[in-house]
Design a protein around this ligand. Sequence first.
Ligand code: NAP
Length: 483
Amino acid sequence: MNIDGTTRTIGLIGNPVEHTLSPLIHNGISEKMKQASVYLPFRVEEEGLGRAVQGAYELGILGLNVTVPHKNGVMAYLTELDEAAARIGAVNTLVRTGQGYKGYNTDWLGLRRQIHEDGVSLRDQTVVVFGAGGAAKAVVYLCLSEGAHKIYVLNRTRARAEQLAESMKAVCCYTEKGAADNGQTGADKGQRVIPMALADYGQITEQELIVFQATSIGLAPNVNEVVLEDAAFYSRVRTGIDLIYNPACTRFMQMVSEYGGKAYNARKMLLYQGVIAYELWHSVKVPQDVIDDIDTQLKRKLYPKDNIVLIGFMGSGKTTVGKLLAEILGRDFLDTDACIEQMANKTISAIFAEEGEEAFRRLETCVLEKLQDTVSGTILATGGGMPIRRENARLLREIGTVYYLKAANQVIYDRIKENTDRPLLQDVDPYGKICELMRQREPLYDAAADKNIDTNSNDLSDVVNQILQLEGKGKSSNRILEV
Ligand code: NAP
């Protein structure tokens, strides 16, 4: 980064600030958009907050993010306050004006952008919010502004849920024209937000729920904790959004997926709250390709080795198991053969026929090199010969945890004997060919794998459960696996 006399400073005030991911987001965007600005974290004690804000203004700082514990306290030192931030009672972004800083809350805007992108509509829905802290307030404000029908706020400390409901009473409700009052009385508005003690969740009778998890339960390293563990409740959850993004798949998300709902973490909320702040400071629109790039970096930083790689002979169940794992864990699924076909713009059979096996193996290496730099939180199914190249075995292990799906020759033969699109098996004696290839490949699979999984049984749900347990994600119910 080239810093000179025109470089503007942006930053973060909070305490602590050592683990923040915001410099990665903001310096990353500046670099990609060639903006002359640099983002720095500043640790600020509570008693020095006012002086810090005034000093930042005097130093010409363009804008600041604000994090725990100053999101509320900072409001006393601002010259202007955005309406949503005032309602939520929390400011996470200061934007420089002619007189001082104006405070915004981009957390709720970031979450709004995430749910729109994920296709989650809150309009006329019954929403349950776990938690009543700062994040829950932003969630409830979002639900009101998006026209949710009813919002249950469930908190360990009921009094805090009641305070939250009270503070949201005057929030305008959605209309077709936008977030304006729809003519309801104050009392009607208040009734949309129903405070409850967490323990009273059984009183919720609606059958279709959207749930936001906005407590700190389940945050790494306490990844096995969940705020509620009742199957009857989760079977009514259509969509579950956990505001925690580390780990990528929380216990709450696993419960939602296991009982048939769609589950999301809120990494994109974090990303978009940053993007929106950046746009406010620099009066620019950050292009989607820049955002996607930053997201990849964010994922790599947050989940350094969070991919699951499946290797094994053709017919060992890699694709089926991979897709099921992706569905249960709410992750992306990728098949390296499909990536190769896309890259070469030809089918695998055509690559073998026209260029030979060696050319195909080279393409496999190219694809792995590319995936190594781009994928995160992904389930990867690989071609049967992938670990033949020593280089590929190394790349696979760098990409993620490698599981070898192992099956006997006869089982493999029975599974794929009718298949005509496997170039290596177009042989007069396909069973003999399988035995010959397995003799060569078995030691390579063993060497490349972190863990071996027996897939001789045709019950692939058992294979999925074995992997989930090894990943520390618990056992999945059979409901979702009987497909
Ligand atoms: P906060 O103000 O401290 O609130 C914490 C909430 O968790 C409260 O409702 C608290 O209940 C509840 N809680 C804590 N320990 C509990 C326990 N053992 N059992 C039951 N409930 C418990 O924190 P916050 O700022 O709202 O943040 C909440 C979560 O959202 C954090 O994990 C944070 O990382 C995440 N977050 C994510 C983003 C994002 O960009 N994705 C943005 C903001 C926050 P009580 O009131 O009873 O104490």
